[in-house]
Ligand binder design. Structure first.
Ligand SMILES: [Ca+2]
Length: 458
Protein backbone atom coordinates (compact mmCIF):
# COMPACT_ATOMS: atom_id res chain seq x y z
CA UNK A 1 0.00 0.00 0.00
CA UNK A 2 2.90 2.26 0.62
CA UNK A 3 3.68 3.53 -2.78
CA UNK A 4 0.58 3.11 -4.85
CA UNK A 5 0.71 6.66 -6.00
CA UNK A 6 4.18 6.13 -7.28
CA UNK A 7 4.28 2.50 -8.19
CA UNK A 8 2.35 2.29 -11.42
CA UNK A 9 5.19 3.62 -13.42
CA UNK A 10 7.51 2.30 -16.05
CA UNK A 11 10.56 0.49 -14.85
CA UNK A 12 12.98 -1.00 -17.28
CA UNK A 13 15.16 -3.47 -15.53
CA UNK A 14 18.16 -3.07 -17.73
CA UNK A 15 21.40 -1.24 -17.33
CA UNK A 16 22.97 -0.95 -20.71
CA UNK A 17 26.41 -0.31 -19.31
CA UNK A 18 26.38 -3.64 -17.57
CA UNK A 19 24.39 -5.84 -19.87
CA UNK A 20 25.75 -7.57 -22.96
CA UNK A 21 24.21 -6.24 -26.12
CA UNK A 22 22.37 -9.49 -26.72
CA UNK A 23 20.53 -9.05 -23.44
CA UNK A 24 19.11 -5.64 -24.22
CA UNK A 25 15.40 -5.25 -24.14
CA UNK A 26 13.32 -3.01 -26.28
CA UNK A 27 11.90 0.16 -24.81
CA UNK A 28 8.76 -0.56 -22.87
CA UNK A 29 6.25 1.44 -24.85
CA UNK A 30 5.67 2.09 -28.54
CA UNK A 31 6.45 5.72 -27.87
CA UNK A 32 9.83 4.90 -26.44
CA UNK A 33 11.39 5.72 -23.13
CA UNK A 34 13.83 8.08 -21.49
CA UNK A 35 17.39 6.99 -20.91
CA UNK A 36 20.37 8.50 -19.16
CA UNK A 37 23.56 8.65 -21.18
CA UNK A 38 26.68 9.24 -19.12
CA UNK A 39 29.89 10.47 -20.68
CA UNK A 40 33.57 10.44 -19.84
CA UNK A 41 33.83 14.02 -21.07
CA UNK A 42 31.18 16.59 -21.91
CA UNK A 43 29.54 15.59 -25.18
CA UNK A 44 29.50 17.79 -28.24
CA UNK A 45 26.50 20.00 -28.78
CA UNK A 46 23.62 18.19 -30.43
CA UNK A 47 25.21 14.84 -29.57
CA UNK A 48 21.80 13.23 -29.12
CA UNK A 49 20.36 14.40 -32.39
CA UNK A 50 23.49 13.29 -34.19
CA UNK A 51 22.86 9.82 -32.81
CA UNK A 52 19.19 9.66 -33.73
CA UNK A 53 17.99 10.42 -30.21
CA UNK A 54 15.93 13.27 -28.80
CA UNK A 55 17.64 15.27 -26.07
CA UNK A 56 15.31 15.82 -23.15
CA UNK A 57 17.74 17.71 -20.96
CA UNK A 58 21.26 17.72 -19.61
CA UNK A 59 21.86 16.61 -16.04
CA UNK A 60 23.69 18.83 -13.58
CA UNK A 61 25.47 16.12 -11.71
CA UNK A 62 28.70 14.40 -10.80
CA UNK A 63 29.38 13.25 -14.36
CA UNK A 64 28.45 14.71 -17.74
CA UNK A 65 25.11 13.17 -18.64
CA UNK A 66 22.04 13.69 -20.78
CA UNK A 67 18.48 12.45 -20.58
CA UNK A 68 17.52 11.29 -24.05
CA UNK A 69 14.33 9.88 -25.47
CA UNK A 70 14.64 6.80 -27.62
CA UNK A 71 11.77 5.60 -29.75
CA UNK A 72 13.68 2.51 -30.80
CA UNK A 73 16.55 0.46 -29.49
CA UNK A 74 18.87 0.69 -32.47
CA UNK A 75 20.10 4.25 -31.87
CA UNK A 76 20.90 3.40 -28.27
CA UNK A 77 22.95 0.40 -29.31
CA UNK A 78 24.78 2.54 -31.83
CA UNK A 79 25.35 5.33 -29.33
CA UNK A 80 26.85 2.86 -26.89
CA UNK A 81 29.72 2.43 -29.36
CA UNK A 82 30.75 6.07 -28.96
CA UNK A 83 33.99 5.81 -26.94
CA UNK A 84 32.97 8.89 -24.96
CA UNK A 85 29.87 7.11 -23.65
CA UNK A 86 30.44 5.68 -20.19
CA UNK A 87 27.01 4.15 -19.66
CA UNK A 88 23.44 4.15 -20.89
CA UNK A 89 20.66 3.21 -18.50
CA UNK A 90 16.92 3.77 -18.13
CA UNK A 91 15.99 7.01 -16.40
CA UNK A 92 14.34 4.96 -13.69
CA UNK A 93 11.68 6.14 -11.30
CA UNK A 94 12.04 7.26 -7.71
CA UNK A 95 9.60 6.29 -4.98
CA UNK A 96 8.91 7.83 -1.60
CA UNK A 97 9.32 5.59 1.44
CA UNK A 98 6.43 6.64 3.64
CA UNK A 99 3.45 4.50 4.38
CA UNK A 100 0.03 5.81 3.56
CA UNK A 101 1.24 8.35 1.06
CA UNK A 102 -1.50 7.52 -1.39
CA UNK A 103 -3.64 10.19 0.23
CA UNK A 104 -5.80 7.76 2.15
CA UNK A 105 -3.53 6.62 4.90
CA UNK A 106 -3.20 9.67 7.05
CA UNK A 107 -3.85 9.03 10.67
CA UNK A 108 -5.23 12.09 12.33
CA UNK A 109 -5.84 14.41 9.43
CA UNK A 110 -7.30 17.66 10.55
CA UNK A 111 -4.93 18.24 13.42
CA UNK A 112 -4.05 21.87 13.56
CA UNK A 113 -1.56 21.54 16.39
CA UNK A 114 -3.75 23.19 18.99
CA UNK A 115 -5.91 20.35 20.10
CA UNK A 116 -3.44 17.71 21.19
CA UNK A 117 -5.23 15.54 23.66
CA UNK A 118 -3.28 12.33 23.72
CA UNK A 119 -6.23 10.25 22.68
CA UNK A 120 -4.61 9.39 19.42
CA UNK A 121 -2.32 6.85 21.02
CA UNK A 122 -3.40 3.31 20.74
CA UNK A 123 -1.96 2.53 24.14
CA UNK A 124 -0.84 -0.89 23.08
CA UNK A 125 2.46 -0.39 21.33
CA UNK A 126 3.90 1.52 24.20
CA UNK A 127 5.00 -1.13 26.61
CA UNK A 128 8.14 0.63 27.69
CA UNK A 129 10.21 -2.50 27.53
CA UNK A 130 12.07 -1.64 24.40
CA UNK A 131 15.08 0.36 23.51
CA UNK A 132 17.59 0.19 26.31
CA UNK A 133 15.23 -1.03 28.99
CA UNK A 134 16.44 1.50 31.52
CA UNK A 135 15.99 5.03 30.36
CA UNK A 136 12.97 3.97 28.48
CA UNK A 137 10.75 2.73 31.21
CA UNK A 138 7.55 4.36 30.12
CA UNK A 139 6.84 6.02 33.43
CA UNK A 140 7.00 9.45 31.90
CA UNK A 141 4.29 8.49 29.48
CA UNK A 142 0.94 7.74 31.00
CA UNK A 143 -1.09 7.86 27.86
CA UNK A 144 -2.78 11.07 28.81
CA UNK A 145 0.06 13.41 28.15
CA UNK A 146 3.51 14.43 29.07
CA UNK A 147 3.84 15.09 32.77
CA UNK A 148 7.19 16.76 32.69
CA UNK A 149 8.87 14.56 35.26
CA UNK A 150 11.11 12.95 32.71
CA UNK A 151 13.03 16.12 32.14
CA UNK A 152 16.13 16.77 34.13
CA UNK A 153 14.94 20.21 35.00
CA UNK A 154 18.24 21.85 34.26
CA UNK A 155 18.99 21.70 30.58
CA UNK A 156 15.46 22.49 29.70
CA UNK A 157 15.28 25.87 31.30
CA UNK A 158 16.08 28.08 28.41
CA UNK A 159 19.80 28.44 28.94
CA UNK A 160 20.56 25.90 26.32
CA UNK A 161 17.89 27.16 24.07
CA UNK A 162 16.80 30.51 22.82
CA UNK A 163 15.99 31.80 26.30
CA UNK A 164 12.60 33.00 25.24
CA UNK A 165 10.40 30.33 23.85
CA UNK A 166 11.83 27.33 25.56
CA UNK A 167 11.24 28.10 29.19
CA UNK A 168 7.52 28.22 28.80
CA UNK A 169 5.49 26.20 31.32
CA UNK A 170 4.90 23.53 28.72
CA UNK A 171 7.02 22.63 25.73
CA UNK A 172 5.57 22.68 22.25
CA UNK A 173 2.11 21.13 22.59
CA UNK A 174 2.75 18.31 20.15
CA UNK A 175 5.74 17.07 22.07
CA UNK A 176 3.55 14.65 23.99
CA UNK A 177 2.85 12.94 20.68
CA UNK A 178 6.51 12.51 19.78
CA UNK A 179 7.54 9.24 21.38
CA UNK A 180 10.52 8.99 19.10
CA UNK A 181 12.39 11.91 20.64
CA UNK A 182 12.62 10.32 24.07
CA UNK A 183 13.41 6.98 22.49
CA UNK A 184 16.53 8.35 20.83
CA UNK A 185 17.44 10.38 23.94
CA UNK A 186 17.11 13.63 22.07
CA UNK A 187 16.18 15.66 25.17
CA UNK A 188 19.43 14.61 26.83
CA UNK A 189 21.32 15.56 23.69
CA UNK A 190 19.64 18.95 23.70
CA UNK A 191 21.32 19.65 27.02
CA UNK A 192 24.49 19.86 24.95
CA UNK A 193 23.07 21.48 21.85
CA UNK A 194 19.74 21.67 20.10
CA UNK A 195 21.45 23.08 17.04
CA UNK A 196 22.45 26.61 16.23
CA UNK A 197 21.28 26.69 12.63
CA UNK A 198 24.86 26.28 11.52
CA UNK A 199 24.50 23.11 9.47
CA UNK A 200 22.61 22.83 6.19
CA UNK A 201 20.65 19.62 5.81
CA UNK A 202 19.33 18.80 2.39
CA UNK A 203 15.96 17.06 2.26
CA UNK A 204 15.65 15.41 -1.14
CA UNK A 205 11.95 14.75 -1.36
CA UNK A 206 8.60 16.00 -2.66
CA UNK A 207 9.25 19.61 -1.71
CA UNK A 208 8.18 21.42 1.44
CA UNK A 209 5.48 23.81 2.60
CA UNK A 210 7.71 26.83 3.14
CA UNK A 211 4.91 28.70 4.90
CA UNK A 212 4.37 26.06 7.58
CA UNK A 213 4.52 27.89 10.93
CA UNK A 214 6.65 25.16 12.47
CA UNK A 215 9.16 25.14 9.60
CA UNK A 216 9.63 28.75 8.56
CA UNK A 217 12.29 29.41 11.17
CA UNK A 218 14.23 26.32 10.13
CA UNK A 219 14.51 26.99 6.42
CA UNK A 220 17.70 27.54 4.52
CA UNK A 221 17.54 30.84 2.68
CA UNK A 222 19.26 31.66 -0.57
CA UNK A 223 21.26 34.80 0.13
CA UNK A 224 20.96 35.98 -3.43
CA UNK A 225 17.20 35.96 -3.82
CA UNK A 226 15.58 34.94 -0.54
CA UNK A 227 14.25 31.67 -1.89
CA UNK A 228 14.19 28.56 0.29
CA UNK A 229 14.94 25.62 -1.93
CA UNK A 230 15.37 24.14 -5.36
CA UNK A 231 13.21 22.13 -7.67
CA UNK A 232 15.52 19.67 -9.42
CA UNK A 233 12.69 18.58 -11.72
CA UNK A 234 12.01 21.99 -13.19
CA UNK A 235 15.13 23.99 -12.48
CA UNK A 236 13.17 26.56 -10.48
CA UNK A 237 12.85 27.55 -6.82
CA UNK A 238 9.29 26.27 -6.59
CA UNK A 239 9.30 23.52 -3.96
CA UNK A 240 5.54 23.38 -3.35
CA UNK A 241 4.71 20.05 -1.79
CA UNK A 242 1.53 18.64 -3.30
CA UNK A 243 2.22 15.22 -1.76
CA UNK A 244 3.11 16.22 1.79
CA UNK A 245 5.86 13.65 2.17
CA UNK A 246 8.74 16.12 2.13
CA UNK A 247 7.03 18.42 4.62
CA UNK A 248 6.51 15.46 6.93
CA UNK A 249 10.12 14.33 6.73
CA UNK A 250 11.40 17.87 7.31
CA UNK A 251 9.36 18.33 10.48
CA UNK A 252 10.85 15.23 12.09
CA UNK A 253 14.28 16.49 11.25
CA UNK A 254 13.95 20.12 12.11
CA UNK A 255 10.59 21.56 13.16
CA UNK A 256 11.14 24.65 15.29
CA UNK A 257 11.36 23.89 18.99
CA UNK A 258 10.43 26.22 21.78
CA UNK A 259 7.99 28.20 19.67
CA UNK A 260 4.94 26.86 21.51
CA UNK A 261 3.65 25.61 18.19
CA UNK A 262 3.20 22.01 17.12
CA UNK A 263 6.18 19.73 17.45
CA UNK A 264 9.94 19.74 18.00
CA UNK A 265 12.44 18.58 15.41
CA UNK A 266 15.55 16.61 16.28
CA UNK A 267 17.85 19.47 15.27
CA UNK A 268 17.47 23.21 14.97
CA UNK A 269 19.45 23.58 11.78
CA UNK A 270 18.92 24.85 8.24
CA UNK A 271 16.66 22.71 6.10
CA UNK A 272 17.29 22.93 2.38
CA UNK A 273 14.40 21.32 0.52
CA UNK A 274 15.31 19.99 -2.89
CA UNK A 275 12.35 18.69 -4.77
CA UNK A 276 13.03 15.49 -6.71
CA UNK A 277 9.55 13.97 -6.71
CA UNK A 278 6.00 15.16 -7.27
CA UNK A 279 2.68 13.33 -7.18
CA UNK A 280 3.90 11.12 -9.99
CA UNK A 281 7.25 10.37 -8.38
CA UNK A 282 10.52 11.42 -9.92
CA UNK A 283 13.46 10.02 -11.83
CA UNK A 284 17.07 9.21 -11.17
CA UNK A 285 18.03 12.23 -13.26
CA UNK A 286 16.06 14.42 -10.86
CA UNK A 287 17.82 12.87 -7.88
CA UNK A 288 21.28 13.22 -9.43
CA UNK A 289 20.57 16.88 -10.13
CA UNK A 290 19.24 17.29 -6.62
CA UNK A 291 22.29 15.74 -4.98
CA UNK A 292 24.57 18.04 -6.92
CA UNK A 293 22.41 21.00 -5.93
CA UNK A 294 22.76 20.05 -2.26
CA UNK A 295 26.54 19.93 -2.59
CA UNK A 296 26.65 23.19 -4.54
CA UNK A 297 24.90 24.90 -1.63
CA UNK A 298 27.06 23.60 1.15
CA UNK A 299 24.82 20.89 2.57
CA UNK A 300 26.72 18.65 4.97
CA UNK A 301 23.88 16.18 5.46
CA UNK A 302 21.77 14.68 2.69
CA UNK A 303 18.52 13.02 3.77
CA UNK A 304 16.76 10.73 1.32
CA UNK A 305 13.48 9.09 2.31
CA UNK A 306 13.13 7.55 -1.12
CA UNK A 307 14.41 4.76 -3.30
CA UNK A 308 15.07 3.94 -6.90
CA UNK A 309 14.25 0.61 -8.47
CA UNK A 310 17.81 -0.58 -8.72
CA UNK A 311 21.41 0.61 -8.64
CA UNK A 312 22.32 3.20 -11.21
CA UNK A 313 25.63 4.27 -12.70
CA UNK A 314 24.47 7.87 -12.63
CA UNK A 315 23.46 7.76 -8.97
CA UNK A 316 26.51 5.76 -7.99
CA UNK A 317 28.60 8.64 -9.30
CA UNK A 318 26.42 11.17 -7.48
CA UNK A 319 26.62 9.31 -4.18
CA UNK A 320 30.35 8.79 -4.47
CA UNK A 321 30.75 12.50 -5.14
CA UNK A 322 28.68 13.42 -2.08
CA UNK A 323 30.63 11.07 0.16
CA UNK A 324 33.98 12.25 -1.12
CA UNK A 325 32.85 15.84 -0.50
CA UNK A 326 32.47 14.92 3.17
CA UNK A 327 28.69 14.85 3.30
CA UNK A 328 26.76 12.53 5.57
CA UNK A 329 24.34 10.66 3.33
CA UNK A 330 21.31 9.07 5.00
CA UNK A 331 18.63 7.03 3.25
CA UNK A 332 15.52 5.07 4.16
CA UNK A 333 15.92 1.30 3.99
CA UNK A 334 12.55 0.92 2.27
CA UNK A 335 9.13 -0.41 3.18
CA UNK A 336 8.84 -3.71 1.36
CA UNK A 337 9.49 -5.76 4.50
CA UNK A 338 12.26 -7.68 2.80
CA UNK A 339 15.81 -8.58 3.78
CA UNK A 340 17.08 -6.43 0.93
CA UNK A 341 17.75 -2.78 1.72
CA UNK A 342 16.64 -0.52 -1.10
CA UNK A 343 18.95 1.57 -3.24
CA UNK A 344 20.42 4.17 -2.64
CA UNK A 345 20.38 3.18 1.06
CA UNK A 346 22.32 0.09 0.07
CA UNK A 347 25.12 2.06 -1.53
CA UNK A 348 28.40 1.71 0.42
CA UNK A 349 28.92 4.65 2.73
CA UNK A 350 25.25 5.66 2.74
CA UNK A 351 23.66 5.21 6.19
CA UNK A 352 20.73 2.82 5.70
CA UNK A 353 17.95 3.39 8.25
CA UNK A 354 15.20 0.94 9.13
CA UNK A 355 12.03 1.66 11.11
CA UNK A 356 11.48 0.61 14.72
CA UNK A 357 8.38 0.52 16.89
CA UNK A 358 7.97 2.10 20.34
CA UNK A 359 8.77 -1.28 21.85
CA UNK A 360 11.99 -1.39 19.89
CA UNK A 361 10.98 -4.06 17.47
CA UNK A 362 11.61 -3.83 13.77
CA UNK A 363 8.49 -2.53 12.06
CA UNK A 364 7.00 -5.30 9.92
CA UNK A 365 7.26 -3.19 6.79
CA UNK A 366 10.88 -2.21 7.32
CA UNK A 367 13.52 -3.61 5.04
CA UNK A 368 16.52 -5.05 6.82
CA UNK A 369 19.44 -7.32 6.06
CA UNK A 370 23.17 -7.14 5.63
CA UNK A 371 23.22 -3.54 4.46
CA UNK A 372 21.09 -2.13 7.28
CA UNK A 373 23.03 0.26 9.50
CA UNK A 374 20.61 1.62 12.11
CA UNK A 375 17.00 1.66 13.15
CA UNK A 376 15.11 4.72 14.32
CA UNK A 377 11.51 5.46 15.28
CA UNK A 378 9.28 4.82 12.27
CA UNK A 379 5.79 3.96 13.50
CA UNK A 380 3.15 6.40 14.78
CA UNK A 381 5.34 9.37 14.02
CA UNK A 382 3.79 12.80 14.29
CA UNK A 383 5.03 15.58 12.07
CA UNK A 384 4.21 18.55 9.91
CA UNK A 385 2.10 18.43 6.77
CA UNK A 386 1.17 21.21 4.36
CA UNK A 387 -1.36 23.82 5.38
CA UNK A 388 -0.11 24.46 8.93
CA UNK A 389 -1.26 20.98 9.86
CA UNK A 390 0.16 17.90 11.56
CA UNK A 391 -0.41 14.22 10.99
CA UNK A 392 0.82 10.88 12.15
CA UNK A 393 2.04 8.07 9.98
CA UNK A 394 5.13 5.94 9.58
CA UNK A 395 7.61 4.32 7.30
CA UNK A 396 11.35 4.16 6.94
CA UNK A 397 10.81 7.63 5.49
CA UNK A 398 10.05 8.78 9.01
CA UNK A 399 13.00 6.92 10.51
CA UNK A 400 15.71 8.35 8.27
CA UNK A 401 15.31 12.02 9.31
CA UNK A 402 15.88 11.13 12.97
CA UNK A 403 19.35 10.04 11.88
CA UNK A 404 19.83 13.01 9.57
CA UNK A 405 18.96 15.40 12.38
CA UNK A 406 21.34 13.66 14.72
CA UNK A 407 24.13 13.91 12.16
CA UNK A 408 23.42 17.63 11.88
CA UNK A 409 23.69 18.11 15.64
CA UNK A 410 27.01 16.26 15.62
CA UNK A 411 28.38 18.51 12.90
CA UNK A 412 27.09 21.59 14.66
CA UNK A 413 28.96 20.55 17.80
CA UNK A 414 32.08 19.55 15.90
CA UNK A 415 32.29 20.89 12.35
CA UNK A 416 35.69 19.30 11.88
CA UNK A 417 34.20 15.82 11.71
CA UNK A 418 34.22 14.21 8.29
CA UNK A 419 31.11 12.58 6.95
CA UNK A 420 32.73 9.19 7.35
CA UNK A 421 33.52 9.95 10.99
CA UNK A 422 29.93 10.96 11.65
CA UNK A 423 28.69 7.73 10.11
CA UNK A 424 31.15 5.72 12.15
CA UNK A 425 30.13 7.40 15.42
CA UNK A 426 26.43 6.94 14.69
CA UNK A 427 26.95 3.22 14.30
CA UNK A 428 29.36 2.83 17.20
CA UNK A 429 27.07 4.64 19.64
CA UNK A 430 23.81 2.97 18.62
CA UNK A 431 22.07 1.02 21.35
CA UNK A 432 22.48 -2.65 20.66
CA UNK A 433 19.17 -4.37 19.99
CA UNK A 434 18.36 -8.00 19.31
CA UNK A 435 21.28 -10.36 18.91
CA UNK A 436 24.39 -8.97 20.58
CA UNK A 437 26.49 -6.96 18.18
CA UNK A 438 25.54 -6.02 14.68
CA UNK A 439 22.73 -8.10 13.24
CA UNK A 440 20.61 -8.10 10.13
CA UNK A 441 17.42 -7.10 11.94
CA UNK A 442 18.59 -3.88 13.62
CA UNK A 443 21.97 -3.26 12.03
CA UNK A 444 24.18 -1.67 14.67
CA UNK A 445 21.10 -0.95 16.75
CA UNK A 446 18.77 1.88 17.74
CA UNK A 447 19.84 5.43 17.09
CA UNK A 448 21.01 7.14 20.28
CA UNK A 449 21.24 10.85 19.60
CA UNK A 450 22.68 11.66 22.99
CA UNK A 451 25.39 9.01 22.80
CA UNK A 452 26.23 10.06 19.26
CA UNK A 453 26.58 13.65 20.33
CA UNK A 454 28.86 12.60 23.19
CA UNK A 455 30.94 10.68 20.68
CA UNK A 456 31.14 13.70 18.42
CA UNK A 457 32.61 16.09 20.97
CA UNK A 458 35.84 17.74 19.89
CA1 LIG B 1 7.34 23.69 17.30
Amino acid sequence: MARLAFAALTTLAIVLALAPASALQTPASPNGADYVVGFHHAPAARWAVAHGLAEVRSIHGAVPALVVHASALAPLLAAKLDPNVAFIEPNQRLHADGTGWDGTGWDGTGWDGTGWDGTGWDGTGWDGTGWDGTGWDGTGWDGTGWDGTGWDGTGWDGTGWDATGWDAPAPDPGYSQQWGLAAIHAPEAWNVTHGLRAVTVCVLDTGLDTSHPDLVASLWTNASDGSHGFNAMTGTHNVSDEVGHGTFVAGILGAAGGNAVGIIGVAQEKILPVKVMDANGGTEADLATGIQTCLDNGARVLSMSLHATEPSALLNASLASALSAGAVVVAAAGNEGTSQVDYPASYPGVIAVGAATPSAELAPFSNHGSRLDLVAPGVNITSTVPGAMYARTGGTSAAAPFVSGTAALMLDLNPALTGAQVASILKATARDLGTAGRDDTFGYGGLDTNASLMGAQP
